[in-house]
Design a binder for this molecule. Structure first.
Ligand SMILES: Cc1cc2nc3c(=O)[nH]c(=O)nc-3n(C[C@H](O)[C@H](O)[C@H](O)COP(=O)(O)OP(=O)(O)OC[C@H]3O[C@@H](n4cnc5c(N)ncnc54)[C@H](O)[C@@H]3O)c2cc1C
Length: 503
């Protein structure tokens, strides 16, 4: 039986028989909940029962076992309590949940890997559609296609593809979700060689705002396929991603060179110069960081996926940038490299960050980074200047919804705290630091910013915005899915998104 026939017949079976729910919720007489537009509503016991009865997975209400764990996302700055959490087990559950929230016009948050920086995947008093239980991943070496469900984290996808000597280009921290990362673009260690994650996305199955399950690829719903590649979660809930895999049957070279802060400026100058003509096989990610005790240093993370002569040439040049106190670079399995920095971004810590795409790693940019990391409030902070270019820039800006392909780097300023008492001073440091970078950046990367709290959100879409707004009106006219870098469905007067950053 074909995949879509299976989904359709599952839905039909649901309608006839219903699935017995495994949820433990004691359904209350009335459940207070917020509407899509923020009005207070009450769902009746029968309505909540209808939601619960249609699920193979479970429905969690406050007080239920598992509710606390399910409501927490990666960014500990968000302590939100949904009225209901739908733990989806399959496509039918997603369709049922979307139909329910659309019918009752409810506030809805969609959670994939739960790494949304602005906390978009959890909401207070709405319905959280939790895709985390949907963890299926299949990598087929014959067709070179990987099929990935929306609760899968990068590490699982990397392992499945590497089992066949292949990869899907994705991010740099293995506990990040494939779903949100892909829908916003998705760049990482191999993006300069193989492009963004969306550049390897060959199709997706999506539940749209009216609860329909549709296919999006180059032949079916090609407009939707275009919009999904960079348009975030605006167009529906993706229940399956299909990626083209690329060969990587050898061990790439990667790791870190760590320099004392005194060398930071000269090493960053050298990185800037070397980045300009660098091979697509090389990726450089310099990060100025400050630990909890206030010790500053420069960490240069790199990955090289090329052949031995190129690796030797580039590493020899890079080793002359300065005198590192630590050099962990070497050949090792891609999945090892992909998780080496997982512990730098622990779950539950509070984070506040903004980023911006820049045209060059200019002296002004380097000076601002060096100056700001030294200021009070930088404890636990990172300023990263991640290299872009290469294959990312060779795709035309309007080929996918992701517009800003001409950037040389993405600058991200990240504040963090373990003690909530430090939150305000750390955020103040971040905001002040960002002021120095803002004039240097023409656009944002939608996945690494504050969402609607950031007035530059729409710059992520550049000149693709009008087409995205048209498609939003077609696929989600009421803006049911608005907890994301939001594209409004109507032709609102949009004040000057910048032109795309041209390669
Ligand atoms: C530690 C860390 C490292 C990161 N590293 C990188 C990196 O190297 N490269 C990079 O490009 N980005 C990186 N990011 C940013 C990352 O791409 C975004 O945070 C992304 O949104 C995470 O996706 P998620 O599924 O984990 O998040 P979620 O919080 O689950 O979702 C994020 C957004 O996507 C929507 N969404 C999630 N699943 C679906 C779905 N199936 N259908 C429709 N909408 C959905 C949500 O509603 C929400 O708006 C990193 C983030 C973190 C926290």
């Amino acid at each position: 039986m074909k995949r879509r026939e299976f989904c359709t017949s599952s839905l039909a079976a649901l309608a006839v028989t219903g699935f017995s729910s495994r949820a433990r919720a004691a359904v209350p007489d009335e459940l207070p909940v917020l509407s899509r537009t923020g009005r207070k509503l009450l769902l009746t016991r029968a309505e909540v029962g209808e939601l619960k009865a249609g699920l193979r997975g479970s429905l969690l209400l406050r007080g239920d076992q598992g509710y606390e764990q399910a409501r927490h996302i990666w960014n500990g700055a968000f302590d939100r309590h949904p009225a209901a959490i739908v733990r989806c087990a399959n496509a039918s559950d997603v369709a049922h949940a979307v139909q329910f929230v659309a019918t009752h016009d409810l506030l809805v948050a969609v959670r994939g890997g739960g790494h949304s920086l602005p906390g978009h995947s959890v909401c207070d008093d709405g319905v959280m559609i939790d895709l985390a239980p949907m963890k299926g991943v299949q990598a087929d070496p014959a067709s070179k296609v990987a099929r990935v469900e929306p609760g899968v984290l990068l590490g699982a996808m990397d392992r499945a593809a590497q089992a066949h000597g292949m990869i899907v280009p994705a991010g740099t921290v293995s506990h990040t979700g494939v779903a949100g990362l892909t829908l916003g673009g998705g760049f990482g260690r191999l993006a300069r060689r193989f492009g963004l994650s969306i550049d390897s996305l060959i199709g997706a199955d999506v539940v749209t705002a009216d609860g329909r399950l549709v296919r999006a690829d180059s032949e079916e719903n090609a407009d939707l396929y275009w919009a999904l590649r960079g348009g975030g979660g605006n167009f529906g809930v993706v229940i399956s991603f299909e990626f083209r895999m690329h060969p990587l049957a050898w061990e790439p070279v990667g790791g870190d060179l760590v320099y004392p802060f005194a060398q930071a400026r000269s090493v960053l100058d050298a990185v800037a110069g070397y980045s300009e003509g660098a091979s697509d096989d090389l990726w450089l990610d310099p990060v100025l960081e400050c630990d909890a005790r206030g010790t500053r240093q420069l960490r240069l993370t790199l990955c090289h996926c090329g052949e031995a002569p190129g690796v030797a040439r580039d590493l020899a040049a890079i080793r002359k940038f300065g005198k590192p106190t630590l050099d962990t670079t070497g050949a090792r399995p891609y999945v090892t490299l992909q998780s080496e920095h997982d512990d730098d971004s622990p779950h539950g810590r509070g984070y506040y960050m903004t980023g911006g795409l820049v045209q060059s790693m200019s002296p002004a940019l380097i000076a601002n980074a060096i100056d700001c990391i030294q200021r009070p409030g930088a404890e636990l902070a990172k300023i990263s200047i991640t290299q872009h270019g290469g294959a990312i820039a060779r795709v035309p800006s309007q080929a996918t919804a992701f517009a800003n392909r001409g950037a040389s780097h993405n600058v991200v300023v990240r504040a963090a705290w373990d003690d909530p008492a430090d939150a305000e001073s750390r955020k103040a440091w971040q905001k002040e630091t960002w002021k120095g970078f803002a004039p240097l950046s023409q656009a944002i990367y939608a996945n690494l910013n504050l969402g609607d709290a950031d007035p530059r959100t729409l710059s992520a879409y550049g000149p693709n915005l009008p087409r995205l707004m048209e498609l939003k009106a077609r696929y989600d006219a009421k803006n049911l899915f608005h907890l994301n870098p939001n594209i409004k469905p109507h032709a609102l007067p949009v004040t000057g998104p910048p032109s795309p950053m041209r390669p």
